[in-house]
Write a new protein. Structure first.
Length: 103
């Protein structure tokens, strides 16, 4: 069960935002570690979760913004040019800097 100092012994709905624009009750760090997968699911569903340490808000768990959609192949066709030597071996000095094993 998720708990905090203002709601000892809380329940599974702890920290839920009740009103539009209302700030969630903070979840203490220990409970956040213990119930991370549940908190991530709630955040993915649109809820903002505040994680606190010793009663002080430290982090905010929020849903990711939706990506722009599927990639469209050929979008840059005719816009860029790749040189014929793009996959040529690097000069030895640069290859050594990347640890390629060149003596």
């Amino acid at each position: 069960m998720l708990t905090n100092s203002t709601n000892p012994g809380g329940d599974a709905m702890f920290g839920q935002v009740g009103q539009e624009g209302a700030m969630a009750d903070p979840v203490n760090l220990y409970d956040a570690k213990t119930h991370l997968s549940q908190l991530v699911e709630r955040a993915a569903a649109g809820e903002e979760i505040i994680i606190a340490k010793a009663g002080r808000p430290m982090a905010r768990l929020v849903p990711l913004e939706a990506l722009g959609g599927p990639r469209v192949p050929g979008l840059w066709k005719g816009e860029i040019e790749i040189g014929p030597d793009f996959d040529a071996p690097l000069p030895d000095e640069i290859a050594r800097a990347f640890g390629s094993g060149v003596p």
